[in-house]
Write a protein that binds this ligand. Structure first.
Ligand code: SAH
Ligand code: SF4
Ligand code: F3S
Length: 479
């Protein structure tokens, strides 16, 4: 399917859809009152999120609707009457975790007659998963996917008024339904979707199959949402997309990611802008220029490498080479000298030889990332890489993984130590879990610092001296 521009008719349909969902919220409210009467107490909900920032943002949308209906949020899953798992399927172990936890939930449900269990997110887009649930996990009440999450209120109403398992998973959608309720986890920062889906089809990756084709939100919708967030106390936004650098494709108005950033920068009251994720193949000179002169965009780029071997990158369908990646890093560092660069790396892609792995180590040694997420290749059914020959043996992967991890951790520590003693701007985010006198915050580059300070500072950005580097985090004091 090609990426098409939303027509006026489609806009109208999306608007009517939002209205319809608000009607279902009203119906759910009435049903909720009846359920509360029957139970003799308030009913509680808990959303468990697996996977990436997109899922975290989706979970806030689910919580927003449950909250609007009247359900009370609880911290512990075991105390909830409505439990929803927002799942991830990017690697096999993400799936296994969900099945394991469902086994435990079944026992909890036996003791609570008011309990409902719902599953949504990327894993539900895999037909074999839904089949397995229908066959062996009949105690699950509601199953839906990523494309129809906007229908949550409607599906919830169906589930509230029936004892049967409700299943509704779509193959794809072009719709973007705006302005449904959202309940933010933090009052002062928020994720903001700028696009959905992915068109890149990296050969190992399941995301394009479970999140559908790339669709950008209109700039005016994004700006309006951020303005509303800022009016509501948000000072930091994280712009979300699988490949933010290709933002704008298919929109009626011609706009690039760099131009979108420039518009967002103008929003008064907004202090920090982050974004995730930046595909190296589409990172433009304009973006570098906008970042270099910006006062609000954090000097941090997450630039997934995946592999340092040009041969493997080709098989991964990444559309860059070792050399072009390194040239891009040099260009970024030249324009933004104090930039933090982080990455994702996969070890053990099919056919990866020791020489290929050494190319990865070489890039890591050259770039010296501030931090890196390292992953063991996971075979995902339906992706081209799953059918490739020369899958690498487990013990070989493990040995490479350990060597890579040691190297990225060494660089991480070196970067962290280099900032010891300096004063950095810190957004105070949460009370420290272990020590009540400390508040935990984040630097521009996302590193964590614990500071002896009043909780009243939460939600504010203030200068902090990084007194002591503790490896990957700091102890600091107000400067
Ligand atoms: N859109 C982002 C990545 C989203 S998935 C990007 O292109 O950078 C996050 C990370 O999971 C990827 O960067 C990749 O390193 C890892 N990943 C994806 N599929 C994987 C697989 N099959 N096995 C192991 N790691 C994988
Ligand atoms: Fe997956 Fe590649 Fe899309 Fe990222 S860009 S989500 S790795 S297919
Ligand atoms: Fe996982 Fe889906 Fe994100 S597969 S990584 S939750 S897009």
């Amino acid at each position: 399917m090609s990426n098409t521009v939303n027509t006026i008719d489609e806009d109208l349909v999306a608007e009517q859809e939002a209205k319809r969902q608000y009607e279902f919220i009203e119906l759910c409210k009435e049903q909720y009152k009846k359920d509360v009467e029957a139970a003799g107490r308030d009913l509680k909900f808990h959303v468990t999120t697996f996977g990436c920032q997109m899922n975290a943002r989706d979970s806030e949308k689910l919580a927003g609707i449950l909250d609007a209906i009247g359900y009370v949020e609880v911290e512990e899953e075991k105390d909830a009457d409505f439990v929803i798992y927002n799942t991830c399927t990017v690697r096999e172990n993400a799936n296994n975790k969900v099945y394991g936890r469902l086994g435990y939930l079944q026992n909890v449900k036996k003791k609570n007659p008011h309990m409902k269990i719902a599953l949504c997110g990327c894993m539900m887009q895999e037909p074999q998963v839904v089949e397995k649930l229908k066959k062996s996990y009949r105690f699950v009440d509601l199953v839906f996917g990523t494309h129809n999450i906007f229908k949550f209120a409607e599906l919830l109403y169906q589930s509230m008024t029936s004892n049967k398992m409700v299943v509704d998973v779509w193959e794809d959608t072009k719709q973007i339904v705006e302005n449904l309720p959202v309940e933010r986890k933090y009052s002062f920062k928020s994720g903001v979707n700028i696009m959905f889906g992915c068109n890149n089809f990296c050969s190992y990756c399941i995301v394009p199959y479970v999140r559908g084709r790339e669709r950008s939100r209109k700039p005016e919708e994004i700006i309006a949402e951020i303005e509303r967030l800022v009016a509501d106390g948000v000072i930091e936004v994280m712009l979300l997309g699988q490949n933010v650098n290709s933002y704008g494709k298919g929109l009626a108005e011609e706009i690039s990611f760099a131009q979108l950033l420039e518009r967002i920068e103008k929003i008064e009251g907004l202090e920090r802008i982050r974004f995730m994720t930046s595909h190296p193949k589409d990172l433009s000179d304009d973006l570098i220029a906008v970042m270099a002169k910006s006062k609000k965009i954090c000097k941090h780029i997450h630039l997934p490498l995946q592999s340092g071997s040009t041969e493997i990158l080709k098989k991964m369908n990444r559309h860059y080479t070792k050399e072009s990646y390194l040239a891009l890093v040099s260009k970024i560092r030249e324009a933004i000298p104090d930039v933090a660069i982080t990455t994702d790396i996969i070890v053990g892609f099919p056919g990866e030889t020791e020489e290929d792995f050494q190319e990865t180590m070489d890039v890591v040694n050259t770039v010296k990332y501030d931090s890196a997420f390292t992953f063991i290749y996971s075979k995902r059914t339906g992706t081209p890489a799953a059918k490739m020959e020369n899958q690498v043996p487990e013990d070989v992967i493990k040995d490479r993984f350990d060597r890579l991890l040691a190297l990225v951790q060494q660089h991480g520590r070196e970067h962290a130590e280099a900032l010891e003693g300096t004063v950095q701007n810190v957004l105070f985010e949460t009370p420290n879990e272990h020590d009540d006198s400390l508040v935990t915050g984040r630097l521009d580059n996302s590193s964590v610092v614990h500071v002896k300070a009043s909780k009243d500072l939460i939600g504010k950005i203030l200068p902090v001296r990084l007194v002591e580097c503790k490896g990957f985090y700091y102890m600091g004091e107000l400067a």
